[in-house]
Design a protein around this ligand. Structure first.
Ligand code: TYC
Length: 101
């Protein structure tokens, strides 16, 4: 008996997109000591003293500085943890996140 082979008339094309990355942004304030900001950057973002100092002084001069980019969950967790380190000492230190274009 002859067999009929039916194939789908349309091809299903699966599109895999890379997850959007999110920036962690350090926001300047007038109260958090510079050395404390550097310490938080080293502790939470695994930066060297030099890298941390450059990011801190850029935020200090320009108002904000991008610290690093991660997937959304990691960016939000790190921003929260870093902000909480400041809050625990009574500082208004603030890290925010935003999606990359
Ligand atoms: N502007 C703070 C000071 O002069 C230092 C500082 C830098 C605070 C960067 C926050 O994101 C910051 N003590």
């Amino acid at each position: 008996m002859p067999q009929t082979v039916t194939r789908p008339s349309t091809k299903v094309k699966t599109k895999v997109e890379r997850p959007r990355l999110h920036k962690v942004i350090l926001v300047n304030d007038d109260y958090t000591p510079r050395e404390f900001v550097v310490m938080v950057l080293k502790a939470e973002f695994r930066m060297t003293e030099d890298e941390a100092y450059k990011v801190m002084i850029t935020a200090h001069r320009r108002g904000v500085c991008v610290v690093a980019v991660y997937t959304r969950d990691v960016a939000e967790t790190k921003a929260t943890r870093a902000t909480d380190l400041g809050r625990a000492k009574g500082y208004p230190l603030m890290f925010t996140t935003e999606p990359e274009e």
